[in-house]
Design a protein around this ligand. Structure first.
Ligand code: PMP
Length: 475
């Protein structure tokens, strides 16, 4: 009876209670969870989700930056169902495979830039980044450079939540004092956040810098870090084209090209973490080359790969790396992989997702509608607490400040992002709070009317929060 086709038999209170008593959520804040439990979502269609009371929300965050094609797409459900009936699973280890995995690997190779023609499937983004480290280590060691194992990442980066990828992640807020991190393997350089240049560079040296000077600083800092750790000790550099969870940070112009050049000069592999930026969010299947003009050594992706209809991640890497890894060697066994690497049902969902994106030209839609979303969100800068609107196409955020000139944030206790998202939720819009920010990453299918609705509800949510803050004497 748990196979619920309709929600009619579901008692909302019962589900809420079961969830509260038994489901330990990812990234739980225990105090607030114990007090409030969770909002239970029941169904979804297009760009809208409905909770168990039937209340409708415009999903301004696309599930979690992932439901790119929108909800309720019958052809994805049918592809999943057909593959589950044909063959739900067979193991991908060593010398067996399946039809959707082979087809999807070939399709990804055709969409990825340059000579990125090899695909390693994983269960999601974290396991893909973890695998990218393994590939880098194997690649260097196989070439006789076993000392190259250190990892360089950036403050504010988000790369996942396994032990290692949680350590590569550089968001200060993600460092629970009750967890341990692999600090002897990972080094972080500064965040490329130009709006906060005065804070993100040491000793406030970013204050008053132009964007070009800021970029020069970051590139010099990266090279200095490489020389300090020693190029012979460094395997890999990780970078999201646009940082997501760290605050939707678009780096200064030329940053990626120049960092890639520095990495290659020191024989360091460059991983472009496109878990969020791929599959149309920035208007292209992959953003690395199309938006930022780089062909990295590896692209890591997940999320939009299946639009969240199935869990799936992938590392897409170069022929050059593969050839070195796979050079003849009796000990040449890449002992890395998961039961569900190349899962046939997940890969069938990925293939159907890409076919749908191509048929509906969703990249073309984002190229047209993205600038409109950006333009409409920019009108929020009229509001006294909106300090910055930034991002690219369907990956945007609003940064709220107490003082627009100094860019000073409200005190943490105000919890500004959460308060705005709570108001928006009441109004029927979901926007993710991230400290002082609200993130917008909706399904890519949004019509002009839905963009208008999103921006109007967000404006109302911010205005309602401002009224509260005024009444409380915060400004
Ligand atoms: N990399 C980036 C850039 C991400 O945004 C995320 C997830 N938000 C991950 C990696 C981790 O992916 P997953 O949660 O699927 O493990």
């Amino acid at each position: 009876h748990l196979a619920i086709a309709s929600l009619d038999q579901v008692d909302p209170k019962d589900i809420w209670q079961k969830d509260k008593d038994h489901f330990v959520h990812p990234w739980t804040h225990f105090d607030s969870f114990k007090k409030d439990g969770s909002l239970v979502m029941g169904r979804a269609e297009g760009a809208y989700v409905y909770d168990l009371s039937g209340k409708r929300y415009l999903d301004g965050i696309g599930g979690l930056w992932c439901v790119n094609i929108g909800y309720g797409r019958r052809e994805i459900a049918e592809a999943i169902s057909a593959q589950a009936l044909r063959m739900a699973f067979y193991n991908p280890f060593v010398d067996t495979t399946n039809v959707p995995a082979a087809e999807l690997a070939a399709k990804l190779a055709s969409l990825a830039p340059g000579d990125l023609n090899k695909v390693f499937f994983t269960c999601g983004g974290s396991t893909a980044n973890d695998t990218a480290v393994r590939i880098a280590h194997y690649y260097h060691a196989k070439r006789g450079k076993k000392s190259k194992k250190q990892i360089i990442s950036r403050i504010d980066a988000y790369h996942g939540s396994t032990y290692l990828t949680g350590s590569i992640t550089g968001r200060p807020a993600d460092r629970s004092p009750y967890l341990h991190f692999v600090d002897d393997l990972v080094h972080h350089v500064s965040s490329p956040n130009f709006y906060r240049a005065h804070e993100v560079l040491p000793n406030g040296v970013g204050k008053g810098m132009t964007e070009e000077q800021f970029c020069d600083y970051l590139i010099e800092e990266l090279e200095a870090k490489i020389l300090e750790v020693g190029p012979d000790n460094i395997a890999v550099f990780f970078a999201e084209p646009v940082m997501g969870a760290g605050g939707v940070i678009v780096p200064p112009k030329g940053y990626h090209k120049r960092s890639l050049e520095v990495c290659h000069r020191h024989d360091i592999l460059y991983v472009s973490d496109e878990v969020v930026t791929a599959f149309g969010r920035l208007g292209h299947f992959f953003a690395s080359e199309a938006v930022f003009g780089i062909v990295p050594d590896m692209i890591v992706t997940a999320k939009g790969l299946t639009s969240g209809y199935q869990p799936l991640g992938a590392v897409i890497f170069s022929d050059r790396v593969y050839e070195a890894m796979s050079a003849e060697d009796p000990d040449g066994w890449f002992t890395n992989g998961y039961t569900y690497s190349g899962h046939p049902v997940a890969c069938a969902a990925g293939l159907a997702n890409i076919a749908l994106m191509e048929r509906e030209d969703l990249n073309g839609h984002v190229q047209k509608m993205g600038p409109y979303l950006e333009q409409q969100l920019n009108t929020l800068l009229e509001l006294p607490i909106v300090g910055n609107v930034r991002g690219h196409k369907f990956m945007m955020c609003v940064e709220n400040v107490m003082d627009k000139t100094t860019r000073e944030h409200f005190p943490d206790a105000v919890n500004i992002g959460k308060r705005i998202s709570d108001h928006c939720e009441k109004l029927g819009l979901i926007v993710r709070p991230l400290g002082a920010l609200n993130v917008i990453s909706p399904p890519l299918t949004l019509s002009k009317e839905e963009v208008d609705e999103l921006v109007s509800l967000l404006r109302q949510g911010i205005e309602a929060t401002m009224a509260d803050l005024k009444a409380e004497g915060h400004y």
